[in-house]
Design a protein around this ligand. Structure first.
Ligand SMILES: [Zn+2]
Length: 153
């Protein structure tokens, strides 16, 4: 769970006034300990305008569709290849091919996403702040969420 913040009345992505909807920023942090790796999931709804929300969700669907195509494209040749290996049971080849497809799908998704559906903000570990790509939004956000009032000489 991310901290609670006050947001300027601007789209967090393009900076247009009066954002009408939200985009849920998802962030995963992995802490590697000696016994286990702990993944912390954080979600934060950011105010955005309707057109930014649309371009983000279109980007995400494009990413999913392209990754799914790559996964399927990896599945069929793998299955053919494994079917020719004389495995003890045919389902083993199908299971391995499905796994290969899944790995390709996941890999493509994370490789493509920074290009096709680039997130416009980040949640650094600790959840104390949000880092925005838009410098003007960042300035206004920081002014609203400063932990202590800032005094200028
Ligand atoms: Zn916008």
């Amino acid at each position: 769970m991310a901290g609670s913040f006050q947001f300027p009345n601007l789209c967090a992505r393009c900076g247009h006034a009066e954002p009408t909807t939200v985009w849920t920023l998802q962030s995963v942090h992995s802490a590697h300990g000696s016994a286990a790796t702990v993944h912390t999931f954080q979600y934060l709804d950011l105010p955005v305008c309707a057109s930014c929300r649309k371009s983000m969700s279109v980007g995400l669907w494009v990413t999913l569709a392209l990754s799914a195509m790559a996964g399927v494209a990896a599945f069929f040749p793998s299955r053919e290849l494994l079917a020719a290996q004389g495995l003890p049971a045919p389902w083993i080849g199908v299971a391995i091919a499905a796994f290969v497809g899944l790995v390709v799908f996941t890999g493509c998704f994370f490789i493509l996403k920074p290009f096709t559906a680039r997130e416009f903000a980040k949640l650094p570990p600790g959840g104390g702040t949000v880092v925005f790509d838009n410098p003007e939004y960042q300035r206004q956000f920081d002014a609203l969420n400063a932990p202590v009032p800032r005094y200028r000489a």
